[in-house]
Write a protein that binds this ligand. Structure first.
Ligand code: BJW
Length: 233
C-alpha cells in the first residue's frame, strides 16, 4: 500500500531523525543508548551548556566527529538516495547533522539542524566547512575568539531559509514519511500535522511508537534499514 504511493509524480517529502543513522553505529539522542559518559546528549546540545562548559561541549562534538568519520551510510540512507533518483518530486529533510545522507548520494536535502562538519565563530561572521581534526577549544582564524559547532541547539532558530523551504515542501506534499525520529523536538515534530492538514498521506517508520504514531495514516514498526529498501524495491 505505502509502496504504491511512492510512485508516479506524487510529491514525496521524507523527514529523518537519528534512528536512520543508528544502524550505521551513530548513537541516537534519546533512549537506551542515548548516554555520552554520564551526560544526556540533549543536555549538551544547548547554548547554556556551551556558555558554561565550552570544553565539555567541544569534547562531545569532537568525539562525535571522530565516531561518524568511521561510520558508513546504511541501507536506509541508500534507499532514500535511490528514491530521490527514482521520482521527480522529492525532498529529504533531515534533523541529523552527521552528513551520512549526503555521503549516501542524497542531493535534494535540507539539513535543518546544521552539520557536524560546519564550524562558526561565536563572535564574528566567520564560518566554514571543516572535516579535519579540531583542537579542544578551536579558535577563529579571523578574530581569535572561540569557534562553535555549526549546529542548531535548543532555543536557537533554525538555519536561515531552511525552515521556510521545509514548511513550503511539507505543505505541498502528497506523501509524508517520518523515519527514525522520536517526534519530540519542534519544529520538525509538527511537520506531519502540517502535511496532514494539506491532505498528504502520512507514514511513520520507527522501531517503536512515538507521540505522532496515533495520528499517522500508516505506522510501520521495525528497522529503517529493513523497511525502506523494501518500500522502494
Ligand atoms: C529507529 C532505529 C532504527 C532507533 N530504525 N527507527 C513548541 C513546543 C514546545 C517546545 C518548543 C516548541 N518550539 C520550539 C520549542 C523548543 C525546542 C523543542 O522542541 N523542545 C522540545 C524538546 C520540547 N525546539 C527548539 O529549540 C528549536 N528551535 C526553535 O524552535 O527555535 C525557535 C526560535 C525562533 C527565533 C529565535 C529563537 C528561537 C531547535 C531545536 C534544535 C534541536 N537540536 C538538536 C541538536 C542538534 C545538534 C546535534 O546533533 O548535536 O537536534 S537536539 C536533538 O534532537 C537533535 C536531533 O536532531 C533532535 C531530534 O532527535 P531525533 O532525531 O528524533 O532522535 P531521538 O534520539 O530523539 O529519536 C530516535 C528515534 O529513532 C527513536 O524514536 C527510536 O525509536 C528510533 N530508532 N533506531 C528506525 N534502526
Amino acid at each position: 500500500m505505502v509502496k504504491a504511493m511512492l510512485g508516479g509524480d506524487r510529491r514525496v517529502v521524507v523527514l529523518t531523525g537519528a534512528g536512520v543513522s543508528a544502524e550505521s553505529g551513530v548513537p541516537t539522542f534519546r533512549g537506551r543508548d542515548g548516554l555520552w559518559r554520564t551526560h544526556r546528549p540533549e543536555d549538551l546540545a544547548r547554548p547554556d551548556a556551551f556558555a558554561a562548559h565550552p570544553e565539555l561541549v567541544w569534547e562531545f562534538y569532537n568525539w562525535r566527529r571522530e565516531l561518524v568519520r568511521k561510520c558508513e551510510p546504511n541501507p536506509a540512507h541508500l534507499a532514500l538516495a535511490a528514491l530521490e533518483r527514482a521520482i521527480p518530486n522529492f525532498l529529504l529533510i533531515t534533523q541529523n547533522v552527521d552528513g551520512l545522507h549526503v555521503r549516501a548520494g542524497s542531493r535534494k536535502i535540507l539539513e535543518m539542524h546544521g552539520s557536524l562538519w560546519q564550524v562558526r565563530c561565536t563572535v564574528c561572521s566567520h564560518a566554514r566547512e571543516d572535516h579535519g581534526d579540531l583542537p579542544e577549544m578551536p579558535e577563529c582564524p579571523v578574530c581569535g575568539h572561540l569557534l562553535r559547532p555549526g549546529v542548531v541547539w535548543f532555543g536557537e532558530p533554525l538555519v536561515p531559509g531552511v525552515l521556510r523551504l521545509a514548511i513550503e515542501a511539507v505543505g505541498k506534499a502528497d506523501v509524508f514519511l517520518s523515519v527514525g525520529t522520536s517526534s519530540l523536538v519542534q519544529p520538525a515534530a509538527s511537520f506531519y500535522q502540517l502535511a496532514k492538514d494539506h491532505g498528504a498521506v502520512t507514514v511513520e517508520i520507527n522501531l517503536e511508537p512515538t507521540p505522532s504514531t496515533g495520528f499517522m495514516d500508516f505506522a510501520l514498526h521495525g528497522m529503517a534499514g529493513d523497511i525502506l529498501p523494501e518500500l522502494i524495491a
